[in-house]
Design a protein around this ligand. Structure first.
Ligand code: ADP
Length: 994
């Protein structure tokens, strides 16, 4: 799926579902139209942007061009006007020089001029008429007395009439040429009627036409231009070029040329200014000297209806502020620029219209020539260009929109077509899927135009077929599963355990109990959710530890706990196992063991009771035996006395009676002894010393003991010679002999006339077996179950055979105490086979110990001193070992005894330095022997070391509390044994010497 597909899918999921038409439509828009539109928009933006940019650049360039061009025009025009004014300036200068010379040169009036001159009544001297050729007008103010000198001055001045006429004729700008003298003499060309214009007493030097050029105002004596003023005689705006006339340093007067600015005005008004611009001329003080009438509105002169330069209009307005550009407050910034710079270019707003202005200064007069052009006219062509570009852009955009609308319509139509083709196919597929989902798994292939959809349908049909098969199998499996589930439910329902699912934190995540519905109800109501809620703190801690252990090891552990439920205490035994597929959970299966607990406690108390009773029984038997033994001793003793008394021999019947008494008494004594033995075993008081017992001597001794008894009964005992003397069993030597004697005596007792007894041993694996086989009366299968029960004597024959019915019971219990087994096989009237089995023991320890070579004569013994050591032991193997160890020490002499009684005799007679005493002796045991030795004066100081197979702490403790010097446990460690013996001997010696 591509990215767009993914987006669409995402939207499908988010907006649930959309129609195929919308989906395809959206895809078109997203993948084709929008990117296309974006590209087109970018191009349009680039188009407009680049055009605006180039337009701006063009405007900047054009502005530069316009500035150059306007400045050029202004400068050219200004310099043209300036040239014309310079010509006037030069002429004025020339005229001044000529006039100076003329005034200093004697002259007299020509008759024509003389004829033209006359006096007014106020005394002014003047020309009353022009000459025929055209002459100058003369006016000499009446404030000066006109005498000959003055007349001659007039004559001298008049010599320059022709020059004045020449200047006037050659200078088109010159309106008139004149001379004013310090004494108010005025000559002016061309002629006019001066007396009618001038007041007869005029003070000419007070006039600006004079003083602007006098020494105070013109020390450089150059040509000076007056401000433009309105000519009173109607010549319009006039200005004068003035130049002083000095005569030998004396300012005689001022000559001047009047100039109307009409000619210059016409030049300016007829100038061609591009871009509909116009020119205007302003004077030094800012008065507008020349302005096209059509542009008067720009300068707020529109109130003047007529031509602004009409004589009367000018008269009224020329000196007003509105005619002065520098006094227009809105153009202050412009005024500064224009007055400060001789030429320049600027933009400014006039009548809300942006204008450009270029100006240049006419240096002779200080006038400014201004060219004003509306800005929009300058850029009108550029604007037309940009307008066209924008129009093209709009046209392109419109075309684009139109093409998009067409594309939209076409795509919409296509989309509808494609979507309907798709949706029809999909509907077919849908109905196919529907039929399959309805269970009609075998479907015919519908026709499709689109290959992929056709493939899908083929796949679907195949899938449907497979689904059919799978469904069939599924149904079968489901059926089997349901069956199994029912079985499982039945199985689970029959479980009385509580099953919990617990997580590592102790939270109960699942609880199930059929038997404890009350607990289940509490759980469902939310009364407990954690093991903390149902267990006490200690149990809880234990349970947590176990849960963690199970989680770590995956092993199953058990725990017992109790819950207070409905006011009674319930005990549970829980099995904690790891939960399959969950790393942090365990399954606890808790079983109600309250009843078992109760039973167990009742059993324990019953057992305690039984034990108590048994103990009481044993104690009773023990005390009874003791009590019975005393009178029995008397009976037996006195019976023997009666039997053997030579002084009063018994009669035959008496003899018979005494024999019966003796027989009954002996039987009773035997019975008492065996009962005592049994009670000792049952009360756990019997002392068993398991050690390494050599088989050969045991069997030989037993045979020797029983032989007379067999002979008495005419029974032959068959034995086999025992060659191997290295056979050892793990057993108590005395008790082993006791058991074998019991079996042999039974085999003899319950035999037939001249019967036989076979007595032998063999080895099976790591066990030795002692066999006693007889050819006697045998035991029935039924009776075999009872022969080991106490006081069970079987057949009638028993009445004639002496016995107690305890022997086998005692034997069996002794065998089991020594970790052995007893077996019996018997056939009635054929014979019995009794067998006892004990673990064999390797002699390796003994041999190893025997092989140890001790250091010869440990040097702590006193030299030449022989220590006597008495060793009391009934087991020859042990005896041999200890003898062999001690014989390695030169200073020790060892002698031995096999019973307690012999030990006492030997100790009393030989006074040994040390007695080694086996605790487990036949007859009198080691403790008893110790007590007796303590009672004898000869022996009570002899150190006695206990040697025993009993290694229990209480045994050792008991020995030390009695006063034994040391306690050595079997098997003997040769080295430490030797050291201990040596130490005791030496220490005792040292004590004695002290
Ligand atoms: P008892 O003192 O009677 O011999 P035991 O405990 O030794 O007591 O034997 C129990 C009984 O088992 C005997 O009374 C006897 O009936 C039967 N019994 C024991 N040994 C044999 C044997 N070898 N043959 C037949 N019966 C035997």
């Amino acid at each position: 799926m591509n990215v767009n597909g993914a987006i669409v899918m995402k939207n499908l999921i988010k907006d649930e579902s959309i129609s195929l038409y919308k989906w395809i439509w959206k895809s078109y828009i997203r993948t084709a139209l929008i990117p296309l539109l974006i590209v087109e928009l970018i191009f349009i933006c680039i188009y407009f942007g680049s055009n605006i940019w180039s337009h701006k650049k063009t405007v900047i360039f054009f502005k530069g061009q316009v500035q150059d061009q306007l400045e050029q025009i202004a400068n050219q025009e200004a310099s043209g006007i300036d040239d014309q004014l310079s010509s006037i300036t030069n002429s004025t200068m020339f005229f001044s020089i000529q006039m100076g010379r003329a005034l200093s040169t004697q002259a007299s009036l020509t008759p024509i001029d003389y004829d033209r001159l006359t006096y007014s009544k106020e005394g002014a001297y003047y020309t009353k008429k022009d000459s025929e050729d055209g002459g100058a007008s003369i006016f000499y103010s009446g404030i000066v007395p006109i005498k000959e000198d003055e007349q001659e001055k007039v004559a001298r001045a008049l010599t320059q009439q022709n020059l004045m006429a020449d200047i006037k004729n050659t200078q088109p700008l010159a309106a008139s040429i004149y001379l004013n003298t310090f004494d108010s003499f005025n000559m002016i060309y061309p002629y006019f009627d001066v007396i009618s214009k001038y007041p007869p007493l005029s003070d000419i030097p007070s006039n600006n036409f004079y003083y602007e050029a006098d020494a105070a105002h013109n020390p450089e004596r150059k040509v000076k231009w007056t401000d433009v003023y309105l000519d009173q005689s109607g010549d319009g705006l006039i200005t004068s070029a003035l130049c002083p006339v000095y005569n030998d340093g004396f300012l005689e007067g001022v000559v001047g040329i009047n100039m109307t600015i009409n000619t210059i005005a016409n030049q300016i008004l007829t100038m061609h200014i591009p871009w509909h611009g116009y020119a205007l001329l302003i004077g030094k003080n800012g008065n507008i000297l020349v302005l096209p009438n059509s542009n008067k509105t720009d300068w707020n002169l529109d109130k003047i209806n007529d031509n602004i330069y009409d004589g009367n209009t000018l008269k009224d307005n020329f000196n007003s502020d509105q005619f002065n550009l520098y006094k227009n407050k809105d153009l202050n910034f412009l005024t500064n620029k224009i007055t400060n710079d001789t030429s320049g270019f600027s933009n400014f707003m006039l009548k809300n219209q942006s204008r450009v202005l270029s100006w240049s200064t006419i240096s002779n007069t200080g006038w400014k020539l201004l060219l004003v052009v509306p800005e929009q006219d300058i850029y009108s062509k550029v604007d037309i260009l940009i307008d066209n570009i924008i129009k093209i852009g709009i046209f392109m955009t419109s075309g684009l929109i139109l093409s998009y609308i067409i594309i939209f319509l076409v795509i919409s139509k296509k989309t509808k077509k494609i979507s309907s083709a798709f949706s029809n196919s999909l509907l077919k597929i849908n109905s196919l899927v529907q039929r399959i989902s309805d269970g009609n798994y075998n479907q015919e292939e519908p026709t499709f135009k689109i290959e992929e959809l056709k493939n899908i349908s083929v796949q679907l049909i195949q899938m449907g077929k497979r689904l059919g098969k799978t469904n069939k199998n599924l149904l079968i499996t489901q059926y089997e599963l349901e069956k199994k589930e029912t079985d499982l439910k039945a199985l689970v329902n029959s479980i009385n355990d509580i099953i919990l699912e617990v997580d590592s934190k102790g939270y109960i995540t699942n609880f199930w109990s059929k038997s404890h519905h009350d607990l289940y109800e509490l759980y469902m109501r939310g009364n407990f959710s954690s093991i903390d809620d149902i267990l006490d703190k200690d149990t809880c801690n234990r349970a947590r530890e176990k849960i963690l252990y199970v989680l770590q090891t995956k092993e199953t552990v058990t725990i017992e706990f109790s819950i207070e439920s409905n006011s009674d205490l319930k005990w549970f035994e829980a099995c904690i196992s790891s939960r399959l597929n969950y790393e942090t959970k365990v399954v606890v299966s808790a079983r109600d063991i309250t009843e078992q607990k109760k039973l167990a406690s009742s059993i324990i108390s019953a057992k305690e009771e039984a034990e108590k009773a048994n103990k009481a029984k044993s104690e009773f038997l023990s005390s009874m035996s003791h009590e019975l033994r005393t009178p029995l001793n008397a009976i037996l003793g006195f019976s023997q006395v009666l039997e053997l008394d030579p002084e009063s021999p018994l009669t035959y019947s008496q003899q018979q009676s005494v024999e019966e008494i003796l027989k009954a008494g002996n039987h009773l004594l035997e019975l008492i002894n065996e009962v005592l033995d049994l009670s000792k075993i049952e009360s756990g008081k019997v002392s068993i010393s398991i050690e390494c017992v050599e088989i050969k001597p045991v069997m030989e001794e037993t045979f020797a003991i029983i032989k007379p008894f067999a002979d008495k009964h005419n029974i032959k005992i068959i034995t086999y010679p025992i060659e191997d003397s290295n056979e050892f069993v793990s057993s108590d030597r005395t008790r082993l002999k006791q058991i074998l004697l019991n079996l042999l005596s039974n085999a003899i007792k319950y035999n037939k006339q001249n019967g036989q007894v076979i007595f032998y041993h063999d080895r099976i694996d790591d066990k030795y077996r002692f066999h006693v086989i007889d050819t006697g009366i045998g035991i029935s299968d039924f009776d075999l179950d009872f022969i080991f029960k106490p006081f069970h004597r079987l057949n009638e024959l028993n009445n004639s055979i002496e016995g107690t019915g305890i022997g086998l019971t005692v034997s069996k219990q002794l065998v089991e105490l020594m970790s052995g087994e007893i077996y019996v096989e018997s056939q009635k009237d054929i014979g019995s086979h009794f067998c006892v089995e004990f673990p064999s023991t390797d002699l390796c320890i003994l041999q190893a110990n025997e092989d140890v070579i001790l250091d010869e004569n440990p040097n702590y013994f006193f030299e030449n001193r022989l220590y006597k050591v008495l060793y009391v032991e009934d087991n020859p193997a042990n005896l041999r070992l200890v003898e062999r160890i001690l014989k390695q020490i030169n200073n020790i002499e060892i002698f031995s005894a096999t019973s307690g009684e012999l030990c006492i005799d030997l100790a009393v007679s030989h006074k040994p330095d040390l007695i080694l005493l086996d605790i487990n002796l036949p007859g009198m045991d080691g403790h008893e022997v110790f007590k007796r030795l303590q009672m004898h004066e000869e022996t009570h100081n002899i150190p006695i070391v206990a040697i025993s197979a009993h290694a229990m702490p209480q045994d050792i403790e008991k020995a030390f509390s009695l006063g034994f010097a040391d306690y050595i446990t079997k098997p003997i460690n040769v080295v430490s044994f030797s050291e201990k013996i040596s130490n005791i001997l030496v220490n005792n010696e040292l004590k004695d010497t002290d």
